[in-house]
Design a protein around this ligand. Structure first.
Ligand SMILES: [Fe+2]
Length: 272
């Protein structure tokens, strides 16, 4: 365990038999997350498996036209987002690939994606004392596995937040390498009025953990590069949101209450 910067802590882990095994107990990891801190877990997932996820996602996306419809949360789709979120007014420009029906993918794509998403699913379950499986469950929270591409030349995601529950802890896994595959852009947070930028602190295979109601954003890729939706260069991450898409959305009021909520270490005691 190592303090990388104020409120930014790295936790080492081993990847054993397809499982992410942190050097400290999952309950200790969650204690750090809830203090709050941004915790970077060095998962040890082999780079080749992470690279394969990018390649499989691109190969799959080449066979499916980008969606231009409202999200239905019951399929596998990808979308070029250039948009200002209605409620939170967060601007965004990125290309996301959402595999709500991950188990319905063809065998090769499913196996490649699950080689990474399944360890993340099990790790998140261990952090949050859940036992959730992949698959669509109307009227309940369920997983929305996502691979996100931030193209060169000005992709970003503006400051926003999420309800704390049922996710409790957000996960952002780096699928490629800062300083080699891309040179700018990273996730930022605000904790106790202090800005925590993780750009440069997240290597390939590192998974950022954060309390889900912390305001956060993705800083832009450099405008010095030329933007193209079709250029695969840039930052690639995978995330594993867990929510009921038909449930109550986040309030348009930023959860300034988190300043008080954070004094309560156990998120179960927080009134959502
Ligand atoms: Fe977010």
């Amino acid at each position: 365990m190592k303090e990388l910067a104020k409120y930014l802590i790295r936790v080492d882990a081993q990847f054993i038999d397809g499982q992410i095994v942190p050097e400290i107990a999952p309950s200790e990891v969650m204690r750090l997350v809830n203090e709050p801190n941004i915790v970077v877990v060095r998962t040890g997932i082999p780079g080749q498996l992470l690279h394969n996820v990018i390649e499989a996602t691109r190969a799959w996306a080449a066979t499916v036209p980008p969606s231009e419809e409202a999200d239905t949360f019951d399929n596998n789709q990808h979308k070029k987002r250039l948009h200002i979120a209605k409620i939170q007014q967060a601007p965004q420009l990125f290309h996301d690939h959402t595999f709500d029906a991950i188990m319905d993918l063809d065998e090769a794509h499913r196996q490649t994606l699950l080689a990474v998403f399944d360890p993340v699913r099990q790790f998140w379950n261990s952090l949050t004392s859940n036992n959730a499986e992949f698959g669509i469950r109307k009227g309940e929270p369920y997983f929305h596995p996502q691979v996100t591409h931030y193209p060169l030349g000005g992709s970003f995601f503006g400051r926003h937040w999420h309800p704390l529950n049922p996710q409790k802890v957000g996960t952002i896994l780096a699928l490629n390498q800062y300083g080699e595959d891309y040179h700018s852009g990273g996730t930022g947070y605000v904790i106790n009025d202090h800005i925590v930028e993780t750009e440069g602190f997240q290597d390939q295979g590192d998974m950022i953990l954060f309390r889900y109601d912390l305001p956060h954003w993705v800083s832009p890729s450099s405008f010095a590069d030329r933007f193209s939706w079709d250029d695969p260069r840039g930052r690639w991450v995978s995330i594993l949101p867990f929510y009921d898409p038909w449930g109550a959305p986040a309030d348009n009021k930023e959860p300034q209450g988190w300043k008080e909520q954070i004094k309560v270490a156990n998120p179960d005691k927080v009134v959502a």
